[in-house]
Design a protein around this ligand. Sequence first.
Ligand SMILES: NC(=O)c1ccc[n+]([C@@H]2O[C@H](COP(=O)([O-])OP(=O)(O)OC[C@H]3O[C@@H](n4cnc5c(N)ncnc54)[C@H](OP(=O)(O)O)[C@@H]3O)[C@@H](O)[C@H]2O)c1
Length: 337
Amino acid sequence: MKVGIIGATGYTGEELLKCLARHGGVEVAFVSSEQRAGVSLKEVFPHLPAYADLTLCTTEESTRIDVDLVFTCLPAGESVKWGKRFLDKGSKLIDLGSDFRFRSADMYTKWYHIEHPHPELLPDAVYGLTEWHRDDIAHATIVGNPGCYPTSVLLPLLPFVAAGLVADAPIIIDAKSGVSGAGKKATDVTHYVSVNENVTPYKTGRTHRHVGEMEKELRAVGGKQTIVFTPHLVPLTRGMLSTIYVQLAEEKSRDDLFEVLANTYSAEPFVHILTDRMPDMRVAQNSNLCFISLQKVAEANCLILCSAIDNLGKGASTQAVQNMNVMLGFAETAGLL
Ligand SMILES: NC(=O)c1ccc[n+]([C@@H]2O[C@H](COP(=O)([O-])OP(=O)(O)OC[C@H]3O[C@@H](n4cnc5c(N)ncnc54)[C@H](OP(=O)(O)O)[C@@H]3O)[C@@H](O)[C@H]2O)c1
């Protein structure tokens, strides 16, 4: 099988290349970049000798190369423009950005403040949270890979919402991300001097665009709750930790609550439930794993869920490879364990 990567020089593109080098079942037929087109990939990523023969092409040039599946690793609004060119040629598409995470163009515009360039494609797009949409992903031509924060929140939260155990009250989420979550272009906020020895909350409450994506998935399993979300940048390169405060709709024992997670995830290779320790970022870094812990606070009839992932792993590129495996009929764990 042949795949291509549009936006290969970014953080998620680099992680895709690392993961696909271990995969064995796919050939990377092209890698694209606008700024570095014409440059050999071994100059950009000397630590990835598997691709020493590849040279970066422009995105326009990439559309002349036939692949079975293309990964788009671009800013909002860009992926769909290029992705459509490949869909028209019969390729499958996994977008690591946000252009195919909503089936409603209005919702996309509400959270991303731009018009969707091709709303006619949205009904065919499947949300790529693999553990929850595996069957649809297997038959999809377009997969909208989830955002990193939504992955870290939805994996622990959805089992309880789907089981009807969560009160119709706001769900409070406090999350921390390594700085690679913001992409490779430094800004005043992500500059080393701003981040080093510092922790900063940003886009608090309901202003972060991932809130819409999380609520959309809650609605899909019958949840009506409102999300109140505070992300923080922490001085780490990669990793993501989310703490989720959930008001329970009914009295449940700690064992019953653990059983909800176990029933959902015991057969899942990448989701691990921790019963006697808390997750931390280090255990999830450089992996496709999600670690989840649960604490019941009896006095408040409340549940605290903590989850750890790698924002570039399960939060982006390795989850994209997991989805590619499902779409192309490989073993789901190929290249990932
Ligand atoms: N970083 C994360 O943890 C993470 C997690 C989940 C999802 N995502 C999403 O994944 C996407 C990529 O993120 P990233 O962190 O990899 O970004 P990044 O590090 O900023 O890389 C962006 C890539 O896109 C290329 N590019 C930028 N604008 C372009 C344009 N107009 N046309 C063609 N190519 C363009 C860049 O190429 P040149 O600069 O070389 O031209 C680069 O290869 C984004 O939508 C992001 O929201 C990121």
